[in-house]
Design a protein around this ligand. Structure first.
Ligand code: SAH
Ligand code: SF4
Ligand code: F3S
Length: 498
C-alpha cells in the first residue's frame, strides 16, 4: 500500500499568470515540475494520453461520476474534481453503473452523512466485480478522520484512492500514481496554509456559481467536527476572488454565492487585512454581475457595516442565513458560540429594522448534551421572535473528537425527537406565513430550470431565495425576469411573467 502522510505541505506555488500560460503551451514532457499548479497540469497531460489510449482500446469513452455528500463547499470541491477529470478526457455520467471512475466527496458533519457513504460503498464493490477497470476514489471531510481511513484500509480493499480536503487539487497526480502502482493510494494532509489557484472547474450551472472566499474554520463550536477536518481559517486574496468572478461573468454567470464557514470573519488572515463588507463593496462594482449571495454568517461576527452595505446594495440578495443553533444562553455558552440569546435577538432586530423585508433562515440543533425542557423552550421563543422564513433543524449527532461528544449528559433519543417534532411544527407554521408575504407583488426571478413535475412551467429564484413556478419556455434559463407572484403555496409561489 503506498501511503503518504504529510503534517503540512511544502510545495511551491506560482503566482504569475504568464508562467502558467507558458507552461500550458510547452510540450509538458520530462520531469514533473515541483510548482503548483504546474505540477497538476503536467499530470493531467500525462493522463490525457493514457485516457486517449484507453478510449481507443475500448472503442468507447471512459466515464466518471463525482458524488457530493456534503455542504456547498463540498459541492464546490466536486466541481473542481469534475474539472480535472474532464480536462483529462473522461466524460461525465450520472450513474455509477455506467462509470469507470467514481469519486465520492464525503461529509462527516453528522453520523448519517457517514452512513450514507458506507452504504453506497458496498454497492460500488458489486459494480467493481462486474467492471474490474472501475476506479473508486474517496475524498472530503470524512477522510480527514483517522478512524475512517483505518476502517477503509481494513474492510474496503477495493477502494483505489483516498485523499482529504486539503489536497483536492492533487487528483490527477494521485490517479497517475494509482495507475502506475496498482495499489491503494492514500494521501491525507493534517492541515495546510496554502491555496492553489487556477485549476480547472466544471460548473453545474452556466448562470450561477459558488465562489470560495475562505477555507477552514477557527471557531470550534463544541459539537462540530468541521474545524478538525477543514483545518484553520484562511482567506483567499481579494484579487484572486475578483479575477475569478470577472471570469465567471465573462462566461455568462449573473449570480455568485460567496462561500465560507464563517464569511463574516473574511480577510483577517490576509497580509493586508480586509473586511467582508469591504470585499462585498468591491464585488458589487463588477459589471454584468447581477446578484450576490453568501453563506454562512456566524452571528458573533456579523458587523453593522455589513448591514449597511447590504441595505445600500443593488446586488446583494435579500437573504441572510444566520445559524442560531440554540436559543438558550446556557447551551450557547457550552456550544462555544460566543453570543447570548439577547445578542442574537438584538442582531435580528438591527437587521430587520435596516431591511424590513429581509428573509432570515437558520440552523438549529436539538438535543445538545444537557439541553433541558427550559432550554428548548428558549429555542422555541427565539424561533417565534425571529420569524424565520425557513430553518434547517438537526438532531444533535455525536462526533468523535469534539468536546461535546465527551460530555456526560447526552440527551435520550426519544426526548430529542419529541422536541425536534415540536420545533418542526412551529417552524413550518411560521415559514408558510412568512413565505406568503410577497403575494400579489412583482419580483425579479433568476430563471433556473424547467419545472421537474410540469414542463410547461419554469422555476425561478427570487432574491430572498424562495422559488416561483410560472408558465414560460426554456429560452429564459439564466435570465432575470419580472414575475407576478399570483399564489402562495406555503414554501413557493405560482406566478406569471410580466
Ligand atoms: N459554518 C456553519 C455551519 C456548518 S455545518 C455555521 O457555523 O453556521 C451546518 C450545520 O450543521 C450547523 O449550522 C449545525 O446546525 C449543524 N451541525 C454541525 N455539527 C452538528 C452535530 N454534531 N450534530 C447536529 N448538527 C450539527
Ligand atoms: Fe462548525 Fe461552528 Fe465552524 Fe460553523 S462556525 S463550521 S458550526 S465550528
Ligand atoms: Fe460536511 Fe465537510 Fe461541509 S463535514 S458540511 S462537507 S465542511
Amino acid at each position: 500500500m503506498s501511503s503518504t502522510y504529510n503534517e503540512t505541505n511544502n510545495f511551491e506555488m506560482i503566482d504569475m499568470d504568464k508562467e502558467l500560460e507558458n507552461f500550458l503551451q510547452s510540450d509538458k514532457t520530462g520531469e514533473a515540475p515541483t510548482k503548483e499548479p504546474l505540477r497538476q497540469y503536467y499530470f493531467m497531460n500525462r493522463l490525457k494520453q493514457w485516457v486517449a489510449a484507453e478510449n481507443e482500446k475500448n472503442q468507447k469513452p471512459l466515464k466518471f461520476l463525482t458524488q457530493t455528500f456534503g455542504c456547498q463547499m463540498n459541492a464546490k470541491d466536486s466541481e473542481k474534481l469534475s474539472g480535472i477529470l474532464e480536462t483529462i478526457g473522461y466524460v461525465e455520467t450520472d450513474t455509477e453503473e455506467d462509470a469507470d471512475f467514481v469519486v465520492y466527496n464525503t461529509c462527516t458533519v453528522r453520523e448519517n452523512a457517514n452512513m450514507r457513504v458506507y452504504g453506497r460503498l458496498g454497492y460500488l464493490n458489486s459494480l467493481k466485480r462486474k467492471n474490474p477497470n472501475l476506479k473508486i476514489a474517496l475524498c472530503g471531510c470524512m477522510m480527514q478522520e483517522d478512524a475512517v481511513v483505518d476502517k477503509i484500509k481494513k474492510s474496503y480493499h477495493f477502494v483505489d484512492i483516498i485523499f482529504g480536503t486539503h489536497n483536492i487539487f492533487k487528483l490527477a497526480e494521485l490517479m497517475y500514481s494509482r495507475i502506475h502502482s496498482k495499489r491503494m493510494v492514500i494521501d491525507i494532509w493534517k492541515d495546510t496554509d496554502q491555496i492553489v489557484e487556477d485549476l480547472p472547474s466544471e460548473r453545474k450551472y452556466k448562470f450561477k456559481a459558488g465562489v470560495n472566499i475562505m477555507y477552514g474554520c477557527n471557531n470550534f463550536c463544541s459539537y462540530c467536527i468541521v474545524p478538525y477536518v477543514r483545518g484553520r481559517e484562511r482567506s483567499r486574496n481579494p484579487e484572486d476572488i475578483m479575477k475569478e468572478i470577472k471570469h465567471l461573468v465573462d462566461q455568462g454567470v449573473v449570480e455568485v454565492m460567496l462561500l465560507g464557514q464563517n464569511v463574516n470573519s473574511y480577510g483577517k488572515t490576509l497580509e493586508s487585512p480586509m473586511t467582508f463588507s469591504e470585499l462585498l463593496m468591491e464585488i458589487e462594482k463588477i459589471e454584468g454581475l447581477e446578484r450576490v449571495r453568501f453563506m454562512t454568517s456566524h452571528p458573533k461576527d456579523l458587523s453593522d457595516s455589513l448591514i449597511e452595505v447590504m441595505k445600500d446594495s443593488k446586488k446583494i440578495c435579500n437573504h441572510i442565513h444566520l445559524p442560531l443553533q440554540s436559543g438558550s444562553t446556557k447551551i450557547l455558552g457550552i456550544m462555544n458560540r460566543k453570543y447570548t440569546k439577547e445578542d442574537y435577538l438584538g442582531l435580528v432586530e438591527r437587521i430587520k429594522s435596516a431591511m424590513p423585508n429581509i428573509s432570515l433562515t437558520t440552523d438549529i440543533i436539538v438535543g445538545f448534551p444537557g439541553e433541558t425542557e427550559e432550554d428548548f423552550l428558549e429555542t422555541l421563543d427565539v424561533v417565534r421572535k425571529a420569524r424565520y422564513d425557513s430553518a434547517y433543524t438537526f438532531l444533535y449527532s455525536k462526533r468523535t473528537g469534539t468536546p461535546a461528544a465527551a460530555m456526560e449528559n447526552q440527551i435520550e433519543e426519544d426526548i430529542a425527537k419529541e422536541r425536534f417534532n415540536r420545533l418542526l411544527k412551529e417552524i413550518q407554521e411560521i415559514s408558510a406565513e412568512r413565505t406568503g408575504r410577497d403575494k400579489g407583488t412583482i419580483q425579479k426571478a433568476l430563471v433556473e430550470e424547467v419545472n421537474g413535475q410540469d414542463n410547461s412551467l419554469m422555476t425561478g429564484r427570487l432574491s430572498n431565495n424562495v422559488l416561483v413556478h410560472f408558465p414560460g419556455n426554456s429560452d429564459l434559463i439564466g435570465k432575470i425576469v419580472n414575475v407576478h407572484l399570483k399564489e402562495s403555496k406555503g414554501f413557493y409561489y405560482i406566478g406569471e411573467l410580466v
